[in-house]
Design a protein. Structure first.
Length: 111
Protein backbone atom coordinates (compact mmCIF):
# COMPACT_ATOMS: atom_id res chain seq x y z
CA UNK A 1 0.00 0.00 0.00
CA UNK A 2 2.79 2.40 0.89
CA UNK A 3 4.54 1.58 -2.37
CA UNK A 4 1.38 2.39 -4.35
CA UNK A 5 0.92 5.70 -2.55
CA UNK A 6 4.57 6.60 -3.10
CA UNK A 7 4.31 5.73 -6.80
CA UNK A 8 1.18 7.86 -7.22
CA UNK A 9 2.78 10.77 -5.38
CA UNK A 10 5.89 10.53 -7.57
CA UNK A 11 3.81 10.47 -10.76
CA UNK A 12 1.79 13.46 -9.61
CA UNK A 13 4.88 15.48 -8.70
CA UNK A 14 6.71 14.65 -11.93
CA UNK A 15 3.74 15.57 -14.13
CA UNK A 16 3.62 19.03 -12.53
CA UNK A 17 7.33 19.53 -13.07
CA UNK A 18 7.18 18.48 -16.71
CA UNK A 19 4.22 20.71 -17.62
CA UNK A 20 6.15 23.96 -17.82
CA UNK A 21 4.47 25.66 -20.77
CA UNK A 22 7.13 25.60 -23.48
CA UNK A 23 6.10 24.71 -27.01
CA UNK A 24 6.91 21.26 -28.24
CA UNK A 25 9.75 20.50 -30.61
CA UNK A 26 9.40 21.98 -34.08
CA UNK A 27 9.53 19.52 -36.94
CA UNK A 28 12.14 20.51 -39.54
CA UNK A 29 9.75 19.48 -42.32
CA UNK A 30 7.51 22.42 -41.40
CA UNK A 31 7.85 25.19 -43.97
CA UNK A 32 8.35 27.90 -41.34
CA UNK A 33 10.50 25.94 -38.86
CA UNK A 34 13.53 28.23 -39.18
CA UNK A 35 11.42 31.36 -38.88
CA UNK A 36 9.67 30.03 -35.78
CA UNK A 37 13.00 29.21 -34.13
CA UNK A 38 14.36 32.62 -35.06
CA UNK A 39 11.35 34.36 -33.49
CA UNK A 40 11.86 32.33 -30.32
CA UNK A 41 15.44 33.65 -30.12
CA UNK A 42 14.24 37.19 -30.81
CA UNK A 43 11.76 36.79 -27.96
CA UNK A 44 14.72 35.99 -25.69
CA UNK A 45 16.53 39.14 -26.87
CA UNK A 46 13.39 41.17 -26.16
CA UNK A 47 13.26 39.83 -22.63
CA UNK A 48 16.94 40.66 -22.08
CA UNK A 49 16.38 44.18 -23.44
CA UNK A 50 13.53 44.63 -20.97
CA UNK A 51 15.75 43.60 -18.05
CA UNK A 52 18.56 45.86 -19.28
CA UNK A 53 16.16 48.80 -19.56
CA UNK A 54 14.79 48.20 -16.07
CA UNK A 55 18.29 48.15 -14.61
CA UNK A 56 19.25 51.39 -16.40
CA UNK A 57 21.78 49.72 -18.67
CA UNK A 58 22.48 51.17 -22.13
CA UNK A 59 20.80 49.72 -25.20
CA UNK A 60 22.83 46.92 -26.83
CA UNK A 61 22.19 46.70 -30.56
CA UNK A 62 23.52 44.27 -33.13
CA UNK A 63 25.73 45.39 -36.03
CA UNK A 64 23.43 45.62 -39.02
CA UNK A 65 24.87 43.78 -41.99
CA UNK A 66 21.83 43.93 -44.24
CA UNK A 67 20.28 40.74 -42.89
CA UNK A 68 16.75 40.52 -41.57
CA UNK A 69 17.91 39.09 -38.24
CA UNK A 70 19.83 42.10 -36.99
CA UNK A 71 17.30 44.55 -38.41
CA UNK A 72 14.32 42.87 -36.73
CA UNK A 73 16.10 42.35 -33.41
CA UNK A 74 17.36 45.94 -33.28
CA UNK A 75 13.90 47.29 -34.06
CA UNK A 76 12.39 45.28 -31.22
CA UNK A 77 15.11 46.35 -28.76
CA UNK A 78 14.66 50.03 -29.68
CA UNK A 79 10.89 49.81 -29.20
CA UNK A 80 11.25 48.14 -25.81
CA UNK A 81 13.47 51.00 -24.66
CA UNK A 82 11.07 53.61 -26.13
CA UNK A 83 7.73 52.19 -24.96
CA UNK A 84 6.92 52.55 -21.24
CA UNK A 85 3.77 50.44 -21.85
CA UNK A 86 6.03 47.37 -22.06
CA UNK A 87 6.12 47.09 -18.30
CA UNK A 88 6.58 43.38 -17.57
CA UNK A 89 8.66 40.47 -18.83
CA UNK A 90 5.54 38.83 -20.25
CA UNK A 91 4.67 41.97 -22.25
CA UNK A 92 8.25 42.14 -23.58
CA UNK A 93 8.13 38.49 -24.67
CA UNK A 94 4.73 38.92 -26.29
CA UNK A 95 5.80 42.09 -28.07
CA UNK A 96 9.03 40.49 -29.32
CA UNK A 97 7.28 37.37 -30.61
CA UNK A 98 4.41 39.27 -32.25
CA UNK A 99 6.67 41.83 -33.93
CA UNK A 100 9.01 39.14 -35.23
CA UNK A 101 6.14 37.05 -36.59
CA UNK A 102 4.66 40.12 -38.23
CA UNK A 103 7.94 41.19 -39.82
CA UNK A 104 8.81 37.66 -40.95
CA UNK A 105 5.31 37.02 -42.29
CA UNK A 106 4.60 33.93 -40.18
CA UNK A 107 1.61 32.86 -38.18
CA UNK A 108 1.94 32.70 -34.41
CA UNK A 109 2.60 29.21 -33.07
CA UNK A 110 0.08 28.02 -30.53
CA UNK A 111 1.69 27.13 -27.23
Amino acid sequence: MKRLALTLLTLLASSGALAHGHPGPIDDSMPDAQRIRFCERVRDHALQAFYNRDKGRPMKLFDEDGSDGARITNRIIRRIYEEPQISSPKKAETFGRATCNEMMGTQAVSE
